[in-house]
Design a protein around this ligand. Structure first.
Ligand SMILES: Nc1nc2c(c(=O)[nH]1)N[C@@H](CN(C=O)c1ccc(C(=O)N[C@@H](CCC(=O)O)C(=O)O)cc1)CN2
Length: 281
């Protein structure tokens, strides 16, 4: 039997629990505040940003909604981030990605103060993570680890294969898995014999950004499959990076798309915002 991992329900439970934490901070005279910066008009990014503001509002986290035109220069964005870094009323800063081509994402991430890094992507925070001394964490990888924990899926000693080496998911997740005592392999577009590598996985995490690229042939029977992809097809359907159609009864656990990893990203962002606010005292 395959257990479908319910990310939507788990995220909603976590967000309900965070209400008390936000209230306690407010009672102590601290109103947690997340600044969300969106550059341009990418429709998917607009939805994600709107959902972040909504989630924050429900929990009692104040947000700053900063929407910049798509022509914004790198210098203008970095100036804004520098101002937010020194604003004592802002505890966490997030710049929605992807960014327009004229802006270097690395320069943007480097400019966010590590202690306000809501996304956990600043090299200082990534360095601490790789030293097994975690501070702010990347939200999607943190969401994946939280789902595994909530579903009591053991990670220590397991063969984990992560397909995808992005700074947002693959690389930080590899560090988290390593810190949790897994044996970790990162596969990517240049990996030879991907099927052979993927079939070794007890836990297979797929973050390729390519709709239904990973099929049953890539997966060992009984594996845990975490599908990070969110791809909108021409017919409007939303699918993951894994062709999930024939996996029922073959894998042990599976994250659906939608309703799997995606909602956890936002729940983790909320949790991290409160943690950064708390640490600012
Ligand atoms: N600065 C960041 N940019 C981006 C991140 C990020 O973590 N930080 N991640 C993604 C987008 N993202 C959050 O920003 C995100 C993506 C998807 C979901 C989600 O809940 N998806 C739903 C489906 C939604 C739909 O209908 O389209 C699901 O999977 O059930 C939440 C957050 C890239 N940019």
């Amino acid at each position: 039997m395959t257990v479908m991992i319910d990310g939507k329900k788990t995220a909603s439970q976590i967000q309900s629990e965070l209400v008390n934490k936000a209230q306690a901070l407010k009672k102590a005279g601290l109103t947690p505040c997340l600044a969300v910066v969106l550059v341009g008009d990418d429709p998917a990014s607009q939805v994600y940003v709107r959902n972040k503001h909504r989630a924050a509002q429900k929990i009692g986290i104040k947000t700053k909604d900063i929407h910049l035109p798509k022509e914004t220069s790198q210098a203008e964005l970095l100036k804004l981030i520098t101002e937010l870094n020194s604003d004592p009323t802002v505890h966490a800063i997030l710049v929605q990605m992807p960014l327009p081509a004229q802006i270097d994402a690395e320069a943007m991430i480097n400019t966010i103060a590590p202690e306000k890094d809501a996304d956990g992507l600043n090299p200082t925070n990534i360095g601490h993570l790789f030293m097994d001394d975690p501070r702010a964490l990347a939200c999607t990888p943190r969401g994946i680890m939280t789902l595994l924990e909530k579903y009591q899926i053991e990670v220590a000693g397991k063969e984990v294969v992560i397909i995808g080496r992005s700074n947002l998911v693959g690389r930080p997740l590899a560090a988290l898995m390593l810190n949790a005592d897994a044996t970790v392999t990162i596969a990517h577009s240049k990996t030879k014999d991907l099927k052979k590598i993927a079939r070794q996985a007890d836990i297979l995490v797929v973050a390729t950004g390519r709709a239904e690229m990973i099929t049953k042939d890539h997966i060992k029977e009984g594996a845990v499959v975490i599908d990070v992809g969110i791809n909108r097809l021409a017919d409007g359907r939303l699918v993951g990076d894994v062709a999930q159609g024939d996996l029922d009864g073959y894998v042990s656990y599976l994250t659906p798309v939608p309703g799997g990893v995606g909602p956890m990203t936002i729940a983790m962002l909320m949790q991290q915002t409160l943690e950064l606010a708390e640490k600012s005292r």
